[in-house]
Design a protein around this ligand. Structure first.
Ligand code: UD1
Ligand code: CA
Length: 485
């Protein structure tokens, strides 16, 4: 019985439990589909599982199974889905998962919970190492918690090995005093697990088939059950309610932020910076307080983002600056500047060195290299060439109440303030638009466009108007009073 050398790994299967409802979430959404850091709880667990490069990955589903399965396709195509039947409990879930493995499978089975999102592949690797060293039939990942309530407790024998695991609700006072808990992460030798599971009964407070009962059964059969304490007790926390969901997201965010910091990103205030797990950020970029980077956002090198900026699925190229802005499905070119106070809606593509300034909203708009929309504008369904400058309050009127139309503005165009561009319309390269214009016909290149209104003056119109009727009356009695003197 030579302990297995690390690295000389037996074939591996990972079972992820995701059949439960998650009653304590009080949610129409199954617990494992709640998200933290832009990914479902289950997605985080599967990402860790994938890093282990298992021969088989089995996800057990039941509650809202179609929704849970639909979420899987993106996360990890080609994995095995097993439906749990009406027999409840983690033991039944694993029994069915193990039954779905090929009969010839002769290796280790790692069991992960779909509601323990912070679990890292490294922690599981350590568990596998401990399992191999102890040559155990089962090895449990445990943690010593200040407040162990709710968790199953690890009852160790005189030899230091695990005798049994007792659920909180089935525990007596002596067992409740044990601080070492079951994290719900285990590795089992396949053959031993397969033998023990059918023997698990339902004689417990919940009438469920508990996976944890396998431990006592294995011990009874003279097998070794080892325990390995997690190095980071926080990383094995389960999410059972919304408070724990927020706590898990905070911890996950800390991990993500630290990863970027160590890779050369300056993050001024980790506590108010929220970065989804798939976001990429280049070195020497600076993220200022109050910034949220969501979804598949990517940021290049040397950029400055924030403060108070939310970017979703947005690309920010090298050396761009984005200040107090909201952007969704937008592209911000190299060296471009956005904000403060800008709203970039889907389909906005700002060219290199371009500018989308203050109180500007854009949608489905390509703004070419070096072109600027600095103040108080709405640019929608538009294409703008290079080195064009749109004056304050240039508005594309893209919607006629029924259809949306496109606006084309060439390169080196200059609009003065308060220009309304009524689409569909095209402004040629090099054109200039006079202030206050309403452009509704195509403008030829290099021409000045205007639709001037006449300015008239009515001299002496203001004073009587300014006084108003009462003022006029008061003036009248003033004059009367002075006449009396
Ligand atoms: C479980 C453990 C407990 C441990 C805790 C750690 C058991 C009996 N208890 O308790 O010792 O301290 O995890 O977080 O295993 N699930 C199924 N099918 C089911 C029931 C549950 O797939 O029939 C899934 C759930 O979706 C969830 C996971 O198993 O992902 C854990 O279930 P949960 O009900 O949260 O178990 P706990 O009571 O937390
Ligand atoms: Ca749980």
């Amino acid at each position: 019985m030579t302990p297995q050398a690390p690295g000389d790994a037996r074939p591996l299967a990972v079972v992820v439990l995701a059949a439960g409802q998650g009653t304590r979430m009080k949610s129409a959404t199954p617990k494992v589909l709640h998200t933290i850091s832009g990914r479902t709880l289950l997605g985080h667990v599967l990402a860790a599982a994938r890093e282990l490069r298992p021969a088989h990955t089995v996800v057990v589903v039941r509650h809202e199974r179609d929704r849970v399965v639909a979420s899987l396709d993106e996360a990890m195509p080609g994995l095995l889905v097993v439906d749990q039947d009406e027999v409840p409990g983690t033991g039944r879930a694993v029994e069915l998962a193990v039954g779905a493995l090929p009969a010839a499978f002769d290796g280790d089975v790692v069991v992960l919970s779909g509601d323990v999102p912070l679990i890292a592949a490294d922690a599981v690797r350590e568990l596998l190492r401990a399992h191999a060293e102890a040559d155990a039939a089962a090895t449990v990942l445990t943690a010593a918690l200040e407040d162990p309530s709710g968790y199953g407790r690890i009852v160790r024998g005189a030899d230091g090995l695990v005798d049994r695991i007792v659920e909180h609700r089935d525990a007596d006072a002596a067992v409740l005093a044990i601080a070492e808990i079951n994290t719900g992460t285990y590795v089992f030798r396949h053959a031993a697990l397969r033998r023990a599971l059918p023997e698990v009964g339902v004689a417990n407070d919940q009438g469920e088939k508990y996976l944890t009962d396998v431990v006592a059964l294995l011990r009874g059969a003279g097998e070794v059950v080892a325990a390995r304490a997690a190095e980071d007790a926080v990383a094995v926390m389960g999410v059972n309610d919304r408070a724990q969901l927020a706590e898990a997201e905070r911890r996950m965010n800390e991990r993500i932020v630290r990863g970027h910091q160590l890779a050369g990103v300056t993050i001024r205030d980790p506590r108010t910076t929220w970065i989804d797990v798939e976001v990429a950020i280049g070195a020497d970029t600076e993220i200022l307080p109050g910034t949220q980077l969501r979804g598949a956002t990517t940021i290049g090198e040397g950029a400055v983002v924030g403060p108070d900026t939310t970017l979703t699925d947005t690309e920010v190229d090298d050396f761009a600056t984005v200040e107090r802005a909201v952007a969704n499905l937008a592209v911000i070119g190299a060296g471009a500047s956005v904000g403060p106070f800008a709203y970039l809606r889907p389909g906005t593509v700002l060219g290199p060195a371009g500018k989308i300034g203050t109180y500007v909203e854009t949608k489905n708009a390509r703004i070419g290299r070096g072109s600027k929309v600095p103040h108080l504008s709405y640019i929608g369904d538009a294409e703008i060439g290079e080195d064009t400058n749109l004056g304050a309050s240039t508005i594309t009127a893209n919607y006629d109440g029924r259809d949306k139309h496109r606006t084309r503005i060439g390169s080196h165009v200059h609009t003065a303030v308060h220009t309304t561009i009524v689409a569909p319309v095209e402004i040629g390269d090099g054109a200039t638009i006079a202030g206050g214009s309403r452009i509704w016909k195509d403008v030829p290149p290099d021409s000045l466009a205007m639709n001037p209104t006449q300015q008239r003056h009515v001299e002496g119109w203001v004073p009587p108007y300014r006084r108003g009727a009462d003022a006029a009356g008061a003036a009248e009695s003033d004059r009367g009073a002075s006449a009396d003197q």
